[in-house]
Design a binder for this molecule. Structure first.
Ligand code: GLU
Length: 492
């Protein structure tokens, strides 16, 4: 491995589902790694035992696999920097915290929860920022040993200097300055012996050779603590890139209350992974032009970390829907058929046992007109069953007094056809209209209404071919009876 190989990581805390923001972080890391021939690591940050969720890791990995963001190192695939679960690396964090203690950059603190509560209350009364008061910073070695021997509970805290400038260089945000005066003596090791996020994150990013830390903006305030840790441990800091916040359309932080935030929910609703990836890629980045449709390979080619925006990115569901339709159209009908078949086989029309050939015709007729694959059924039920009502607005507009006479002629013509294709239907219809001396539209619109119940849809001759000769004739006859009846009722 060459020294300067780019290594990035996605480091989720398994909470049970993959948040859309998490997918964006994973994707940007992935794109950056793939574009630069780097390594993409998955590391599971599972040191918060109180947030442990059974099955969360499995679900996370499964979701990453589904969207196609394959990682080079991590759970299941392994790698030379493992283990990739922080809960299996506790000794490392403890050892480095001891090193920090020896250097005077961290210390044992033996406060009871009660004392911390009092401290907080006093500070609140005085309108001071709640901060640990470093009470135990100057305990002697002997005092500490005595307390440890007695089994007193303790945490290990970072000894943050009282007033020092900490500079964070960020690829996206530029130079960001912090003063340590506002930084609390962060707990590094908790009383249960587990590290906090900060400690484990820094140790692992260093030990795993991470060169670029690409993560959400919510972690920016933590970064000065990390920079101090790198410094005190004598390590080089990685390059930081903090990605813009994701916002609801009303510009509040993206939240469950205003819509789904779990990638799994979008998957269940029938969004294509290609559309989700495309959509999420545009949440904070574009190539500087107005191109919006992207395949993963194109994103790898075009993505630049430097082009990521600072401003919050608004989650626009209409755009996601539009992209879903676009990705449906981009697929070949044959590929779409394979995806559609599962949907069909679980639908209420499975018993019709439509052949692949027949389903493919439906796909071809509708591909341009749907946003979701499920709409190959729900938007065109007329392919599966006869309409039981007719759009009254279309009747009013298209069903004229001599329509029944014209359609009767047409039925006679249709009856004579043998295994008609759509061209045969077209020919039959046009010759009928010529013979009747009327425009073809005088037949096309009523036929569509009779066969589908509505005024819009795929090309009418496609419609007829897919519905099939016998059924077409039957439906026209039914419409002739029913629409006449409706008119009579309406007129009385
Ligand atoms: N475990 C953190 C999270 O859940 C990782 C943050 C980071 O990338 O440093 O997002």
């Amino acid at each position: 491995m060459s020294e300067d190989k780019i290594r990035v990581r996605f480091a989720p805390s398994p909470t049970g589902y993959l948040h859309i923001g998490g997918l964006r972080t994973a994707l940007y890391n992935y794109l950056f790694a793939r574009k630069n021939n780097g390594v993409f690591v998955l590391r599971i940050e599972d040191t918060d035992r109180s947030r442990y969720v059974e099955g969360a890791v499995k679900n996370l990995i499964e979701t990453l696999k589904w969207v196609g963001l394959d990682y080079d190192e991590g759970p299941e695939v392994g790698g030379e920097y493992g283990p990739y679960f922080q809960s299996q690396r506790l000794e490392l964090y403890n050892n480095y915290s001891k090193e920090l203690i020896e250097k005077g950059h961290a210390y044992y603190a033996f406060d009871t929860p009660e004392r911390l509560r009092q401290l907080r209350e006093e500070q609140q009364k005085k309108k001071l920022q709640p901060k640990y008061d470093k009470r135990d910073l100057n305990l002697s070695k002997e005092e500490i040993q005595k307390k440890l021997n007695a089994g007193e509970p303790y945490v290990i805290r970072l000894n943050v200097p009282p007033s020092e400038k900490v500079i964070v260089e960020d690829v996206i945000r530029g130079t960001v300055e912090f003063n340590t005066a506002i930084i609390d003596d962060q707990i590094l090791i908790k009383s249960d012996g587990f590290p906090t996020y900060h400690m484990a994150n820094v140790v692992d990013d260093h030990l795993m050779g991470i060169t670029h830390v690409i993560r959400g903006e919510e972690w920016l305030p933590s970064t000065p603590k990390h920079v101090l840790l790198y410094k005190y441990l004598g390590w080089e800091t990685p390059v930081f890139a903090h990605l813009p916040l994701l916002l609801n359309p009303d510009r509040t932080k993206l939240s469950k209350r205003q819509g789904d935030v779990a990638v799994e929910d979008y998957r269940a609703k029938g969004y294509l992974k290609e559309a989700l990836i495309n959509f999420v890629a545009l949440l904070g980045w574009n190539a500087g032009d107005d191109k919006e449709f992207y395949l993963l390979e194109e994103l790898i080619e075009k993505f630049e970390l430097k082009q990521v925006h600072k401003a919050g990115a608004v989650f626009n569901i209409d755009k996601l829907n539009w992209l879903n339709g676009e990705h449906i159209r981009y697929k070949s009908p044959e590929v779409l058929l394979q995806m559609f078949k599962q949907e069909y086989e679980n639908s209420e029309y499975a018993h019709l046992n439509f052949s692949d050939e027949h389903l493919l015709k439906i796909v071809k007729a509708m591909q341009e007109r749907v946003t979701f694959i499920s709409e190959l059924i729900t938007n065109c039920r007329y392919f599966y069953e006869a309409p039981n009502e007719y759009d009254p607005a279309v009747i009013r507009k298209r069903w004229k007094p001599d329509t029944p006479k014209h359609l009767t002629e047409l039925i006679n013509k249709f009856k004579k056809l043998e295994n008609p294709t759509k061209e045969d239907y077209e020919h039959a219809l046009r010759s009928t209209s010529e013979r009747l001396g009327i425009g073809a539209g005088k037949l096309i619109h009523p036929v569509r209404l009779a066969v589908s119940g509505v005024g819009r849809g795929p090309g009418v001759f496609n419609l007829l071919e897919i519905v099939g000769q016998e059924e077409v004739i039957k439906r026209i006859q039914t419409a002739l009876e029913k629409i006449k009846l409706e008119e009579t009722l309406n007129n009385n």
